[in-house]
Design a protein around this ligand. Sequence first.
Ligand SMILES: *[C@@H]1O[C@H](CO)[C@@H](O)[C@H](O)[C@H]1NC(C)=O
Ligand SMILES: *[C@@H]1O[C@H](CO)[C@@H](O)[C@H](O)[C@H]1NC(C)=O
Length: 396
Amino acid sequence: MSRPPSGPHLRLACWGLVLVQLWTVGATSWWSLALRAPDRSESPMIGAQPLCASAPGLSPGQRKLCHLYQDHVAHIGEGARLALRECQHQFRSRRWNCTALGADSVFGPVAQSGSREAAFAFAVSSAGVAHAVSRACREGDLATCGCSRAARPAALPRDWLWGGCGDNAEYGYRFAREFVDARERERGGGGGGAGGGGGGGRSSPEYARAVMNLHNNEAGRRAVYSLADVACKCHGVSGSCSLKTCWLQLADFRRVGDRLKEKYDGGAAMRLVSRKGSGGAGAAGGAGGGGGGGRSSPQLEPVNGRFTPPTQDDLVYLDASPDYCTYDETRGIAGTVARQCNRTSEGTDGCELMCCGRGYDHYKATVVERCHCKFHWCCYVKCRMCTEIVDRFVCK
Ligand SMILES: *[C@@H]1O[C@H](CO)[C@@H](O)[C@H](O)[C@H]1NC(C)=O
Ligand SMILES: *[C@@H]1O[C@H](CO)[C@@H](O)[C@H](O)[C@H]1NC(C)=O
């Protein structure tokens, strides 16, 4: 049933075009691949060597993985783009709308902070990679994986077949963990050895950030993995559906985004504490790794001890968020001047909240839309264009 993995695909193409140094300010993360890795649809050519060597923001471990898994690179980039689009959708009506200030990096400096927004950015991009790679396996785009090998669910009715080519959610999860987490592990967040990392020991803010990022990366991947579900197709005489073939299928990425947005809303404020002994899995259990017994291993712990500790599916953050009201270049905050708002809404898209009490301007805009659409047999839709004058409100 399962298609064999196809030979090495050389789709990673047109580096000449892609590598034009448009983004001179160094992006500090593998997210730069969202901007650089070519679209999978681009025409086949040469390998990924130049990209792996020159893409900014890759950690040494990520650069190595980039070389080892060249056919994955386009999909990592696609995952990052998927994540960015989803983030912008989820935050479209909020002051921070997931748009980086300037085009130098994907999420901008906001995502390099310890804020709740950074937590979301890490989770959704890790999820994006897991999603894109799982799908790529199924499509036969990668040399090292193929269709899902997930076991037949016990609950599947006995006469249904288990065998269509499913999304390889397991591989996608593992690859994303390997690649996305590499940077934080190198910074010392992964417990065990390393320790030192990028300056500062295991009690430094740097270390706390690495543990936070690892936790949120994991939450993102888990959302992809746990939302994957069984999909089936009917066979049988004239659609009688007497026979079904089923396989594992990823949820639409929108559902992953919705899930992570809920986790963002319920995110847990954490702080780094040192503890004797290696017990108490705690929140950062997955990330904190298994340090040697008896040694002090700092962990994240909820700031408010009365709340139940977050699970591996939850998002965690360290620092309170700024209000995102005013322009701040160094922190990558665009501010909300000239943002559109809704005069009658009391939510985050309402003018009161969006404009931070500065007030708003009103103007009339002309919108041209398709309208009076009619379906013609067979098969096309004919529309007229209608002009409408609408009220628009923008923040002062
Ligand atoms: C996000 O906000 C910025 C300004 O704060 C604006 O220029 C941009 O169009 C917004 N993006 C979306 C997708 O709404
Ligand atoms: C503005 O908000 C109100 C109340 O939430 C909603 O009913 C309306 O559709 C919104 N208008 C626009 C243009 O989004």
